[in-house]
Design a protein around this ligand. Structure first.
Ligand code: SF4
Length: 82
């Protein structure tokens, strides 16, 4: 189910080790790229709760979720958001 809240999702590729936890928790939003690192394929294609759970599940803290309208950081390290 798509989220009604517009989210900006950022994966810090300097941290991502390709554990696939985010892909397993929200497979319609995250996928591994050719470098076996997570990339965001569609930031609207899951509930905000699932997306936040995926971000929280990342063992490296590589995922930042922001409100796309306000820039408010909903999860993750502010300094990782770009
Ligand atoms: S859970 Fe974190 S480390 Fe694992 S693939 Fe996703 S972003 Fe990368």
């Amino acid at each position: 189910m798509p989220t009604s809240q517009r989210l900006r999702i950022t994966v810090d590729l300097n941290k991502c080790v390709g554990s696939t936890i985010c892909v397993q928790l929200s497979p319609s939003v995250f996928a591994l790229n050719d470098q076996r690192q997570s990339s965001v394929v569609d930031p609207t294609n899951d509930t905000a709760a699932n997306i936040l759970e995926a971000a929280e599940g990342c063992p490296l803290g590589a995922i930042v979720v922001q409100d796309a309208e306000t820039g408010q950081v909903l999860f993750g390290a502010r300094d990782a958001a770009v």
